[in-house]
Design a protein around this ligand. Structure first.
Ligand code: SF4
Length: 409
């Protein structure tokens, strides 16, 4: 088994289309985010949508909370590079206005639009236009009757019942073009709600931990909730709800899917050693600079930043490209083979240059390119490795010395 690839059996769901993006069935799991601009501000909203699409968002949601927002959507939708979902809050008329604006999907919160005749009217209109709807249950805005029924508490059962009640209204008008979410800010609560929901329906599920909060806690909560469910085969589209620039939400979503082998790598996967007493450089700083230099460039390679040449090239031999620090210089390696030596202050630039070359020409061409220099590079790395071992020994953290001291206590 290739352990780099996903081995999680995925739960079978029906497929819906959000614009030209399939969600559910055997479609790749998609990444969503939401704009933070006023939707009425067409240019600012489009700029953010483009930024999100560049970072890897497949679908973007915009709030439709006022009539000016619906008018904005009418102008945004034709110019958007990705399908647009309109987020509807309390007014069913905003849902009708968003449909008129040409959005590719609606999101309705069953806790907010409560009158069955309004829900059915929106579902009928969406059906006539062939536009799907997300039933977006939120633990924090559960219908009061359900809240009471389940003992004045938000429970997984209450959230699932909310989704199924809404779905039943849709079914009354023959509308099944639906995806569902049951988000909560509590990770155990949302995990259990999604588990129960996935047993009850075969509609595609949109995963998220709502109001996860700022970094890094928000990132951890969202990853714990979404990652657990994905590993169980549950989930067809995801959104990180972070108190951060929405571009960070998209980066996080992509990173999670790529790290679980659920999406093809799109950007650089930067790995770095944790550093230790042997490190010849400030690994954190070099890794940060490398991350900044690569940004959202679409180079689907794994790049390693390693603090020393003793263990670095070996430990990162599976990376496409890497750099290991020596004395005032960096030893560049491609798939574990030394290819060049660069001055310390040029390490990041060299990584970007070689990554671009490999992306355009392939690993073999890169090794060929280095044919003239690789032998000298290998010898230079060897010399630095020996010098470092002589200077710091095999036990760079002085562990054995410490053990001796402890024994004498
Ligand atoms: S031994 Fe070298 S590569 Fe490994 S953690 Fe220490 S500095 Fe990094």
């Amino acid at each position: 088994m290739d352990l780099g690839q996903s081995s999680y059996p995925r739960r079978k769901t029906r497929q819906i289309m959000v614009g030209d993006v399939p969600v559910g069935g055997d479609a790749p799991i998609t990444v969503q985010s939401m704009t933070t601009t006023r939707t009425a501000d067409v240019e600012a909203t489009l700029q953010q949508i483009y930024d999100l699409a560049m970072a890897g968002a497949d679908i973007v949601r915009c709030t439709c909370n006022e009539i000016e927002a619906a008018e904005g959507l009418a102008r945004i939708v034709p110019r958007s590079p990705v399908p647009i979902v309109a987020d509807i809050h309390h007014q069913y008329r905003m849902a009708l206005a968003a449909l008129e604006a040409g959005v590719h999907c609606l999101r309705l919160n069953p806790g907010n639009i409560r009158k069955p005749e309004h829900i059915k009217l929106v579902a009928q209109e969406a059906k006539d236009r062939g536009v799907p709807i997300r039933i977006g249950v939120n633990g924090g805005s559960l219908h009061p009757d359900l809240y009471k029924k389940y003992g004045d508490r938000v429970t997984p059962e209450a959230m699932v019942e909310s989704a199924l009640t809404e779905l039943a209204y849709f079914q009354e008008v023959g509308f099944e073009d639906v995806k569902i979410s049951v988000k909560a800010s509590s990770v155990p609560l949302m995990i259990e709600a999604y588990r129960q929901l996935s047993e009850a329906v075969d509609h595609p599920l949109h995963l998220g931990v709502t109001e996860a909060g700022p970094l890094p806690g928000g990132l951890i909560k969202a990853t714990a909730g979404i990652g657990t469910l994905l590993a169980e085969g549950i989930g067809d589209t995801i959104r990180y709800s972070l108190t951060a620039d929405p571009v960070e939400e998209v980066r996080a979503g992509r990173a999670l899917l790529e790290s679980m082998g659920l999406r093809e790598r799109r950007n650089i996967d930067l790995i770095a050693c944790p550093s230790c007493g042997r490190a010849e450089i400030d690994v954190i700083e070099v890794a940060r600079k490398a991350q900044e230099a690569f940004g959202d460039r679409q180079i689907p390679l794994q790049v390693a930043v390693m603090g020393c040449v003793v263990n670095g090239p070996g430990e990162a031999r599976d990376a496409d490209l890497g750099i290991a620090a020596g004395r005032n210089k960096g030893h560049l390696f491609v798939r574990g083979q030394n290819v060049a030596v660069v001055p310390e202050d040029e390490m990041v630039d060299a990584l970007v240059e070689w990554a671009t070359y490999i992306h355009e020409n392939g690993v073999e061409a890169a090794l060929e390119r280095a044919r003239a220099t690789s032998e000298a590079a290998r010898r230079a790395a060897e010399r630095d490795r020996d010098a470092l071992l002589r200077a710091k020994g095999a036990d760079a953290n002085n562990s054995e010395q410490r053990v001796e001291v402890i024994r004498k206590l």
